[in-house]
Design a binder for this molecule. Structure first.
Ligand SMILES: [Fe+2]
Length: 266
């Protein structure tokens, strides 16, 4: 079974983060490139710092191309709030632009990829965050359409017959601080809990957004729950970052679903 390299919050376009990302590509390739085919790379959003800056998507793609050339065939991404605009203000036009840039197909989200005997399902937690009244905060919302489709996916034969299932999205599904958690977190929990109750395990849930890099294993009956932090260490506002508990961290992990372990790579 392939292992997962989980990366998040690159914020390419902010200061020298493009170079920092390329250094990460180099380090990951040096460490795991010899066994690239044994890994799936999952990047949980905020690939760029501001989608309005044309060229930021391209800079990310340069790094992803280097991963591919090193043999990392499977690279899965989901959008974060910065991938659809400034981070505070999103624009619907980026939904299609993001998909075209990073997937080149029209499958949309939820996005199902069966890789070996693992089903990966990506959610767009910006899908319901693109209205004028969503501009003030950036908690994320998956929305009813995706949740219904996710519920159906978790009943589909190809997903059920996989040994493991991994959900990945940008926003934090269970951070109990106000305005830090996915708005429809309880609805997502219900969909996943119903699948688990039917005997369809959810083996890992991967996310980013909060830049803290902590593990929350065991939440909602999911054994492996990881925030990958901010790979390029873009700091959050000073009023948040001064507390050690909330400090920005990079937690790029290599996740072993079979052993239910994870080791921090960087
Ligand atoms: Fe971020």
């Amino acid at each position: 079974m392939k292992k997962i390299i989980h990366i998040s919050d690159l914020h390419v376009g902010y200061k020298d983060n493009a170079e920092r990302f390329y250094e990460i590509v180099e380090k990951v390739t040096l460490r795991w490139g010899g066994r690239a085919g044994d890994h799936v790379i999952v990047i949980t959003g905020d690939l760029v710092d501001n989608a309005n800056n044309t060229g930021n998507y391209h800079e990310v793609k340069v790094g992803l191309k280097a991963f591919k050339e090193a043999g990392f065939e499977h690279i899965l991404v989901v959008p974060g709030n910065h991938d659809y605009g400034t981070g505070e203000h999103g624009d619907k036009k980026f939904v299609e632009l993001f998909h075209q840039a990073f997937y080149g197909d029209q499958r949309g989200f939820p996005r199902k990829d069966i890789i070996g005997d693992v089903a990966f399902i990506g959610l767009d937690s910006m899908a319901e965050e693109l209205h004028w009244y969503d501009e003030l905060w950036a908690e994320g919302e998956v929305g009813g359409r995706q949740l219904r489709a996710l519920g159906e996916m978790l009943k589909s034969e190809d997903v059920v017959s996989c040994q493991k299932r991994v959900i990945y999205l940008h926003h934090h599904p269970f951070d109990f601080r106000p305005l830090h958690q996915l708005k429809d977190s309880s609805k997502l929990k219900k969909v996943l809990s119903e699948a688990i109750a039917e005997g369809v395990s959810i083996d890992a849930i991967l996310y980013g957004h909060n830049h803290e890099g902590k593990a929350h294993n065991g939440q909602w009956g999911i054994p492996q729950c990881y925030d990958a932090g901010a790979a390029t260490l873009k700091p959050r506002p000073k009023y948040v970052d001064w507390m050690p508990w909330f400090k920005t961290r990079s937690s790029i992990r290599v996740i072993d679903l079979e052993q239910r372990t994870a080791s921090k790579l960087l």
